[in-house]
Design a protein around this ligand. Structure first.
Ligand SMILES: *Cc1c(COP(=O)(O)O)cnc(C)c1O
Length: 352
């Protein structure tokens, strides 16, 4: 069958998924495992969101609205008068954007180390990925980034960045936007944890796309809902390129209800801020300061894989960062989980 398959999907590579908690529980013989590998919210969605999802399920025989007016209105009420596209997670949004703009041979700039899906999506369209390494302190070299963008179609910048946790200031992003001609996809998956607001940049630049997800702060990772602020002039093209009905009825209803519950976000953000400070203070190893709901821990002289395997034996699932290209192999990424999960992790990491 291999002869039918595109080169992209043969051999090494591809998206790296966290180890399954069931598998870890089985291997470690422990009944409870701490799930700290995927930057999920340990809190379940609030009751109002669950109710909205259940009601929508009753209309499961009908196709969802292709351009859900109520949800777009809800996004406008929440954020202001911007243009939005939605997708099956932010991953779905990234795929739509890349499909709309990247032709075979087009240059796609990616600030690394970072989330792998930009590169995978670009390569799926035949794009040529141009990595721009961050500095040793994980800051972005704006000059190098701008230079790499010459002749490119689109560039990807993640802030706060996965897996390093640090964010660029609004001013630093503006400086980059001033220097480039191509589109910039600013991935704001973790922006709720940062206190930063990049939205005003949408009014200043018609080359900027800001991606958001409900998988992290909003507790909806399993429902797959993401969206993006897009330039008004690009909206109709993006909608034309998108997979039809990519967001299901239940996710649409849940997302609408979730936007209305600011209390859930405030509670989540307070919990995350408290714990990332504790992680920074109490882990006996170098921890990168984080604007997100996870921290990057330097586990040298162990490798990330080794530390991850040893923690898994203790029922703690973290993410080895080996697969993040452009990052040394001695890091793990650890999400802020529930109180119990975090306490267990702290105890075990300091025993390694
Ligand atoms: C989690 C994540 C996403 C994707 O989230 P979805 O679950 O697809 O909405 C996008 N970008 C970054 C940096 C992420 O960490």
């Amino acid at each position: 069958m291999k002869r039918f398959v595109r080169q992209n999907y043969i051999g090494e590579g591809g998206y790296v998924f966290a180890q399954s908690p069931e598998e870890i529980a089985r291997q470690s013989g422990l009944s409870r495992v701490a799930r700290l590998a995927s930057n999920e919210n340990p809190l379940p969605p609030p009751a109002s969101v669950v109710e909205a999802g259940l009601s929508a399920l009753r209309e499961g025989n009908r196709y969802p609205e292709a351009r859900p007016a109520a949800l777009i209105d809800a996004l406008r009420r929440h954020h202001g008068d911007y243009s939005f596209i939605i997708g099956n997670g932010m991953d779905g949004v990234i795929e739509t954007v890349v499909r709309t703009v990247v032709s075979p041979g087009d240059r796609v700039v990616v600030s690394t180390p970072t989330f792998s899906f930009y590169g995978l999506a670009a390569e799926a369209q035949g794009g040529v990925v141009v990595p721009v390494p961050r500095a040793a302190d994980f800051s972005v070299d704006a000059g190098a980034f701008v230079d790499a963008c010459r002749g490119a179609k689109i560039a990807f910048l993640c802030s706060p960045n996965n897996p390093t946790g640090n964010a660029l200031s609004v001013e630093a992003v503006r400086e980059i936007l001033d220097g480039i001609d191509c589109l910039l996809f600013l991935d704001n998956a973790y922006v709720e944890f940062s206190g930063l607001d990049y939205r005003p940049l949408m009014d200043e630049y018609d080359t900027l796309i800001e991606g958001r997800t409900m998988s992290k702060a909003y507790s909806l990772a399993g429902l797959r809902f993401g969206y993006a602020f897009v330039p008004a002039g690009l909206l109709s093209y993006l909608n034309r390129a998108a997979t039809p009905f990519s967001v299901n009825t239940v996710a649409l209803a849940a997302a609408g209800a979730a936007l209305a519950d600011q209390g859930h976000i405030d509670q989540t953000v307070a919990h995350v801020r408290r714990w990332r400070e504790r992680f920074l203070a109490e882990i006996d190893r170098p921890v990168s300061p984080s604007d997100a709901n996870f921290v990057l821990v330097d586990v040298a002289p162990m490798t990330g894989d080794e530390a991850t395997a040893r923690l898994a034996k203790k029922g703690v699932i973290v993410r080895s960062c080996r697969s993040f290209s452009g990052l040394a192999d001695h890091y793990i990424r650890v999400s802020v989980g529930s109180e119990q999960e975090n306490e267990l992790f702290l105890e075990e990491i300091n025993r390694l």
